[in-house]
Design a protein around this ligand. Structure first.
Ligand SMILES: Cc1cc2nc3c(=O)[nH]c(=O)nc-3n(C[C@H](O)[C@H](O)[C@H](O)COP(=O)(O)OP(=O)(O)OC[C@H]3O[C@@H](n4cnc5c(N)ncnc54)[C@H](O)[C@@H]3O)c2cc1C
Length: 562
């Protein structure tokens, strides 16, 4: 096994194979070299112990490991033992178990309990059908999450600045590769500011490959400068979808594929909440799960390929009826019109109420997080507030990097609100603690979060803990304030649709037509709602996708009536 790159070659990420059977080891290594040899360095190891030593060495040399393929039946250490012992050495690597048919139950358990990414049954011939498709996807996913490539874009800012954080998140969520230069740590950051004459400009400073400089740009300015589409091409569409989360993207895919001239308006980046998920495990057809970023990118490509127009970094601020069409107005005074509308604006997390926490948003207090954030928590103690699946997923993902993750749960055991597969994994994780009946009451720090005050309601004891990271996953607030009285909403702001409209106060809301409302239709004919924003929706990716696609069916029914 040779770990160093030959002289004069660029450092490539590593694919490590681990198998004690010489013939199998050679065969898998040969197949991998043929397919991935140019992009990755393939390292072969013939025992679990040797592979663990290699991983330690690679970690010491700061060499990234993209994928580990290991056999289950090895004499001195099973594949599962190896998996458990190797996680700390290469936390971000994808892991694939090579197994015999008889061991599939072990493999499935490993997926559930210790985060195995995939298992392949030997033999894998022909590799074009049985090996490469799986590995192509895993490696593409790894590359997206760990890209060291940058598209010539530099972002200079302070580590603990909310605006810098938002700018980086906007770029990451739009899959734009950039180099982050932190004023506190990278000498190059200040040098670059001085060199380009922007030493006193507002931060973050964004420098594009052609030399364009943007001081503290808004998402719309940044998107314009990057050439992302921020303006609609037409003034009138058959269908405009507001929000590009799973519901909106599904509506766009179905609308465009069924011949409707369709546009999707997104205020931020495609994917919505789902894009924050480190691993979605309950979406049909992806037996080992997939990351939210991956799902979003696939859906966006599909929508665009089928002809939907994606308009990014635009916030719809007003919806107005104009005869038989609906006008959607943006913050800058521009507008577009649509014959039918699907509102799919989703929900966002409720804000924490503890003293001092509001001021620290984006500077240690984060509402949701993208999967790539986890790396900055390495060797830190991290606190996660919430007890639903999203909090559980976040805790498990953060635990791969952080020293310790503490989940703060206001009420009863996690089993009351979280899926069993997540609860089991949290119980099994050595560096996750769950503190029940515990809440954050205060937080503070100089320029970023440094401490939290917790209260344990069962003992009434207060305690101060040191931490720089608090991730919040509580409650769902629908993003509908901008709608005003345009469509009927319940007292919490969720949009009322279809048969539920009959239960509304008749003095306030009148359904204006003789026909009853279609399924998913709001109180305004021709305007539909889908996904988490809708009253009584399921708050799941699959249901959002289902509603987005069904909404289009009802849009057709509606368009036939006008
Ligand atoms: C961390 C996390 C993990 C999760 N894990 C899972 C899981 O494993 N399995 C599962 O089934 N579900 C999971 N969920 C829930 C799932 O992601 C949501 O149910 C789903 O994303 C809802 O889709 P949606 O399209 O209705 O809304 P959202 O995903 O919320 O998307 C709404 C979109 O609308 C945009 N928008 C809002 N207002 C406007 C406006 N005025 N103008 C333009 N755009 C606007 C937003 O920016 C957003 O992109 C998870 C959620 C989170 C946060």
């Amino acid at each position: 096994m040779v770990l160093g790159e030959p002289r004069g070659t660029m450092s490539r990420a590593i694919i490590l194979t681990v198998d004690d059977d010489a013939a199998v080891s050679k065969a898998i290594t040969r197949d991998l070299r043929t397919r991935y040899g140019e992009r990755f360095r393939i390292v072969r190891s013939t025992s679990g112990a040797e592979a663990l030593a290699a991983l330690d060495e690679l970690q010491r040399r700061d060499q990234p490991v993209a994928l580990i393929i290991f056999d289950h039946r090895m004499p001195e250490m099973t594949g599962i033992d190896f998996l458990e012992r190797s996680i700390g050495a290469a936390p971000g690597a994808k892991r694939v178990l090579l197994t015999a048919y008889a061991d599939t139950e072990v493999a499935i358990k490993a997926i559930n309990d210790i985060g195995l990414d995939h298992y392949l049954i030997k033999p894998w011939a022909p590799p074009e059908d049985r090996l490469f498709p799986v590995l192509d996807e895993l490696l593409a996913d790894w590359e997206r999450a760990n890209s060291t490539r940058f598209d010539g874009i530099r972002v200079v800012g302070n580590r603990w600045s909310e605006k810098s954080y938002d700018t980086r998140m906007f770029l990451a969520r739009n899959h734009v590769h950039y180099q982050w230069l932190e004023l506190e740590r990278d000498s190059e950051a200040q040098e670059l500011r001085v060199k380009i004459g922007s030493a006193d400009g507002a931060l973050p400073l964004v420098v594009l490959p052609d030399g364009t400089m943007l001081d503290a740009p808004t998402p719309a300015q940044l998107a314009d400068a990057l050439g992302l589409r921020t303006r609609a091409e037409s003034t009138l569409y058959d269908l405009v979808v507001i929000g590009a989360g799973p519901a909106g993207l599904a509506a766009a895919v179905y609308g465009a594929s069924e011949g409707l001239h369709t546009a999707v308006i997104e205020r931020d980046a495609p994917g919505g909440q789902a894009a924050q998920s480190a691993r979605i495990e309950n979406y049909l057809g992806f037996p080992t799960g997939l990351s939210g970023a991956d799902l979003s990118q696939r859906a966006m490509m599909q929508a665009e390929r089928l002809g939907a127009e994606m308009v990014l970094a635009r916030n719809v601020e007003l919806l107005e009826q104009r005869g038989s069409v609906h006008a959607l107005c943006f913050g800058d005074g521009t507008e577009i019109e649509a014959r039918a509308v699907v509102i799919a604006t989703g929900v966002s997390y409720r804000r924490m109420e503890g003293d001092g926490l509001a001021e620290l948003t984006g500077r240690g207090v984060y509402y949701g997080a993208s999967a790539s954030d986890a790396r900055s928590t390495q060797e830190e103690d991290v606190y996660v507030v919430g007890a639903a699946n999203s909090a559980g997923q976040a805790a498990l993902h953060l635990a791969r990097y952080a020293r310790r993750v503490v989940m703060l749960v206001r009420g009863a055991p996690l089993t009351a609100s979280m899926s069993t597969y997540l609860v089991d994994r949290i119980d099994a994780a050595e560096n996750i603690d769950v503190r029940l009946h515990t809440e954050v009451v205060r937080g503070g720090g100089m320029d970023h979060l440094e401490w939290l005050e917790l209260v344990d309601h069962s003992t009434r004891q207060h305690e101060e803990v040191k931490t720089s990271f608090l991730y919040v996953y509580i409650g769902a607030v629908p993003l509908t304030d901008w709608l005003g009285d345009a469509v009927a909403r319940d007292e919490r702001g969720f949009i009322v649709t279809g048969p539920d409209l009959q239960r509304l106060d008749r003095d306030r809301w009148q359904w204006p037509l003789r026909r009853p409302p279609f399924l998913l239709e709001t109180s305004r004919p021709g305007v539909f709602a889908a996904g988490d924003v809708r009253l009584a929706s399921m708050k799941r990716v699959a249901s959002a996708v289902g509603e987005g696609s069904s909404a289009v069916n009802n849009v057709h029914l509606y368009l036939d009536t006008v």
